[in-house]
Design a protein around this ligand. Structure first.
Ligand code: DWN
Ligand code: SAH
Length: 412
């Protein structure tokens, strides 16, 4: 796949980008590796920039998608029970809405991963199609009866789907629109794929929360864009589409669900007007806001390093909990390696026995954390805190302590 690599230009408006923050050379967020791969590990220069024209915060450079999404993609969506429930509710909301035609509705999902959301449609015999380039997770989806095509979504593919299967009532996506550098082509594809009454409903980590919580770990190779309602309105406006509803979500540390339709086809809900006003008041349209964000990120980094080094100096053992993609940014940007963290436990078999990207901390099964708990555990999946705290009461009961870095660095 070709990626438009015109440096320092906004991928949406083409206007020059103002540089916001430079994280230095970073490995792939999901680039877990074996000992033999250390010498050939891939790094790229991770910097973010902002355009006041499109109001889009974005990576200035991004590795080509095939480096990240392939037949051994390490993230399986169904590892979280809370996310299973979340996507069940998401699907039920769509099924109960007026957006689907009464006869033979057709639902398409971008980046369906292991089928976590679409299975709720397939179980009800709703005509559906998942588009998922990572072949290993697409295979899991197909295995559970979710019809999935292993490919990258594009305008060309949208035209093919329309000619083979007709237009869609609903185009869904979760945590994937922000992954696609060729976003203009994707929006053209969505426009072509939707019926006149069709809607696109998608959610992604929300820029307003990222700024408020200094959750800079949402920035990594896969997350090429950090969306706000302002930037989404601009982006889809290019194809004569508009926001008709927005709904904040608790998932992934604060997300926003956007519903869009062809311009003029539905009434615009008040939620949209209110959020756009709020975002301007928060300064999500101004470069100055991101300069303040940079200062907060730098402060968070120095506090986390100091805390962990102090604990080590006192002879305490520290581990990481959950080998998330986000943690790759935190650990590499802060320079936290195996000298400070003994291991990272994770429930995903494909990550276990590997080294974490860049800093090379061993990733071990969850049982290691159970059997050999450390004095402190850095909660790298802070977005799943409720689910994890509920499961790990024994750790705290046994004297273990959690370290979190979002929204501020502290020991719980
Ligand atoms: O956007 C993305 C989101 C949806 O998922 C992708 N680009 C990649 C991925 O990001 P992430 O890796 O930061 O996602 P999570 O959901 O924060 O982390 C999942 C990891 O945490 C998995 O490796 C499983 C692990 N985990 C665990 O070990 N024990 C998760 C839970 C809930 C647990 O109890
Ligand atoms: N929707 C799931 C998965 C999110 S991870 C969830 O919320 O848990 C992002 C997914 O998007 C990965 O499975 C990746 O393979 C997929 N993806 C990345 N680029 C894509 C593209 N161009 N078209 C469709 N899917 C893509």
């Amino acid at each position: 796949m070709k990626v438009n690599m015109k440096k320092n230009l906004c991928r949406v408006s083409g206007a020059p980008l103002a540089k916001v923050l430079d994280f230095g050379m970073q490995p792939l967020g999901n680039g877990f590796l074996g000992d033999k791969d250390i010498n050939t590990e891939y790094f790229y220069s991770m910097k973010i920039g902002f355009s006041e024209v499109s109001m889009m915060l974005q990576l200035i450079e991004q590795p080509i998608p095939e480096k990240m999404f392939h037949d051994h993609y390490a993230f399986y969506s169904s590892t979280s029970k809370v996310m299973e429930q979340h996507f069940k509710s998401f699907a039920e909301e769509v099924l109960d809405s007026n957006y689907l035609s009464k006869s033979d509705p057709f639902v398409v999902e971008l980046g369906c991963n292991d089928g976590i959301m679409l299975k709720n449609f397939s179980k009800k015999n709703i005509r559906h199609l998942g588009i998922e380039p990572s072949a290993n997770v697409a295979e899991e989806a197909n295995k559970i009866g979710v019809r999935t095509r292993s490919d990258f979504f594009s305008k060309k593919l949208a035209d093919k789907i329309v000619s083979e299967e007709g237009k869609a009532d609903a185009f869904l996506a979760a945590n994937v629109m922000c992954h696609i550098p060729e976003i203009l082509d994707v929006v053209k594809g969505i426009k072509a794929l939707l019926k006149p009454s069709g809607v696109v409903i998608f959610e992604d980590p929300y820029l307003g929360d990222i700024i408020n919580k200094t959750s800079y770990d949402q920035i990594y190779d896969e997350h090429v864009f950090l969306f706000s309602a302002l930037s989404i309105q601009y982006l889809f406006g290019l194809e004569e589409m508009e926001l008709i509803d927005v709904s904040p979500q608790k998932t992934h540390g604060g997300s926003m669900r956007y519903t869009l339709a062809h311009r003029g086809s539905y009434a615009v809900k008040d939620s949209v007007t209110q959020l756009l006003i709020k975002e301007r008041a928060q300064g999500l349209d101004k470069i100055a806001t991101f300069e303040e964000f940079r200062a907060n990120v730098e402060r968070s980094r120095s506090e986390l390093i100091t805390l962990i080094k102090d604990l080590k100096a006192k002879g305490k053992r520290v581990s990481g909990y959950a080998a998330t993609s986000k943690s790759t940014t935190v650990l590499n940007y802060c320079g936290i390696g195996p000298d400070l963290i003994d291991y990272i436990c994770d429930t995903t078999p494909i990550k276990q026995g590997k080294l974490s990207p860049g800093v090379h901390i061993p990733v071990v099964p969850h049982e290691v954390f159970k059997n050999d708990p450390t004095d402190y555990a850095l909660l790298l999946a802070w977005n799943h805190a409720d689910e994890i705290m509920e499961k790990e009461k024994d750790y705290v009961g046994g004297g273990g302590k959690w370290i979190v870095h979002v929204p501020t660095v502290k020991v719980l």
